[in-house]
Design a protein around this ligand. Structure first.
Ligand SMILES: Nc1ncnc2c1ncn2[C@@H]1O[C@H](COP(=O)(O)OP(=O)(O)OP(=O)(O)O)[C@@H](O)[C@H]1O
Ligand SMILES: [Mg+2]
Length: 455
């Protein structure tokens, strides 16, 4: 009945021009394919009659935060990425490539949190209730208080939420949910935006957390409008190579915590397991006697992580030399190769260079520079790097080693993992205590660092 009264319109996302029907080309700004269906705004009289609570401004000091405690999930890694747990009333979007483990993660968290006084609703729009049950059986999950709803129509989902009054809702995935008020297909910009908006209203009104699964397109963007990312409180991205066991959860946005923290998980047949000591895992398959392998230390939020990186340098066969990286920014590697060529006289121009971070890890810290250059040099000269050394330092265009942040935390992690030596920039040395549990080589120049570690 409401359906008959609601009218839709089409709005150009480029210039805001409104039209009663869809148009390929906007007559106002001449942009193509920019029209998106939207619900027509209600009249002012209708809108005010819908509102039953009068608006009042509250002094900042008087605003109560009692309704916003954090909910600790069963996974310390998940809590860490969220900034200490799920904030009640928050909407969290979890994106990731197909098959990376989004449903697995959320089913585990949902089952883990559900109790008699904490019923959880898991809405599955992509799989049937039976398929979800089969996954739960494989993961060894049982719960009388986790309810599965195989539904995609938004109005039905909201009805179930209103009747059941769950304490947490999972929507898997937001791209499958649609409202019959709009004619556009599920997953379209207008559908995703409208359905997310209604779920945000429910989350805020009932103080329940809503976890949404979002799809990632071929280009690595979240399918649906960019505006979706602005609407939610937190956007977590699940990354990793599907063929590898390790998965990394990173916050791309978090209104209630840092976006620097990551969570590390291992995908097993029995589901996702937390990896509380990532350094141990990322070093586990290291071959000490092979050239082209070094150990670096990356800061991920407050946590230092030791990581093996590998390089392979071989003469180019086809005239055009190849540069291939996994887990690194190719532009940074190209800059480091230029420094090696110009400042250290390594003839990398005629070589194919491959650089990998092991375990599907993505390195986006310049403190990794020294480790990268050392493992390229090691592979090129076929000389092994000191297996007991950790390499830390940013490299400048002059071939100098520049100081990095959090040096004490990085060295402490290296010492904890049994490393005996660390090569660090001289600029970091003055901030360190006289005696450290690890032997320190503080150097100025990359050339000096390479002499120290290449055997
Ligand atoms: N029997 C199994 N043994 C081991 N691992 C499995 C098994 N079945 C599935 N997996 C793992 O679970 C992953 C799929 O997880 P899941 O369905 O949670 O991903 P998803 O991100 O929700 O995918 P989609 O985008 O298709 O919904 C697979 O890629 C695989 O790594
Ligand atoms: Mg899924």
């Amino acid at each position: 009945m409401a359906k008959d009264r609601v009218k839709t319109q089409f709005v150009c996302q480029n210039c805001g021009n409104v039209s009663p029907r869809w148009q390929g080309k906007c007559p106002a700004c001449e942009a193509w394919n920019t029209y998106v269906e939207e619900l027509q705004p209600r009249s002012r009289a209708q809108a005010s009659s819908l509102k039953n609570v009068p608006s009042t401004a509250i002094a900042l000091d008087a605003v109560s935060t009692d309704m916003m405690p954090r909910l600790e999930t069963i996974s310390p890694e998940f809590n860490r990425v969220l900034g200490g747990g799920i904030v009640l009333g928050s909407v969290v979007l979890i994106g990731g490539d197909p098959g990376i483990g989004k449903s697995t993660l959320l089913l585990q968290e949902a089952a883990g949190l559900s109790r008699a006084d904490f019923p959880v609703l898991y809405v599955t729009g992509e799989e049937s209730a039976q398929q979800t049950k089969m996954r739960a059986q494989r993961l060894g999950l049982t719960s009388e208080h986790l309810f599965i709803l195989a539904e995609t129509e938004q109005e039905s989902i909201l009805n179930v939420i209103a009747q059941m009054a769950p304490r947490m809702v999972v929507i898997d995935s937001i791209q499958t949910v649609y409202t019959s008020l709009l004619q556009s297909f599920p997953g379209s910009v207008s559908q995703v935006r409208e359905c997310t908006l209604r779920l945000i209203q429910v989350a805020k009104k009932d103080h329940i957390p809503v976890l949404l699964v979002g799809h990632v397109t071929k280009e690595g963007l979240l399918a649906g409008p960019k505006v979706l990312e602005h609407m939610v409180d937190a956007l977590l991205l699940f990354e990793g190579d599907r063929d590898q066991f390790y998965r990394i959860l990173r916050a791309a946005k978090n209104r209630f915590g840092s976006t620097r923290e990551i969570g590390v998980f291992e995908m097993t047949e029995r589901g996702l397991r937390d990896v509380p000591n990532p350094s141990k895992v990322f070093l586990s398959e290291r071959r000490l006697e092979t050239s082209g392998s070094s150990v670096i230390c990356c800061m991920e939020g407050t946590r230092p992580i030791l990581l093996e990186i590998q390089a392979l340098v071989s003469p180019s066969n086809y005239g055009m030399s190849q540069r291939n990286t996994t887990g690194f920014d190719i532009k940074r590697i190209q800059m480091l190769l230029a420094v090696l060529e110009k400042r250290l006289d390594y003839r990398v121009g005629a070589m194919d260079v491959y650089v990998n971070a092991v375990g599907g890890f993505r390195v986006d810290e310049t403190a990794a520079d020294l480790g990268v250059v050392a493992c390229i040099a090691s592979s090129m000269r076929n000389r092994v790097i000191d297996a007991q050394a950790v390499l830390i330092g940013e490299i400048g265009l002059g071939g100098e080693l520049r100081a990095v942040s959090h040096i004490e935390a990085r060295l402490a992690e290296a010492a904890k993992m049994g490393f005996q030596r660390a090569v660090i920039p001289k600029g970091n040395k003055k901030h360190l205590p006289q005696s450290t549990s690890i032997h320190i080589f503080a150097v100025d120049k990359v050339a000096e660092a390479l002499e120290t570690v290449l055997q």
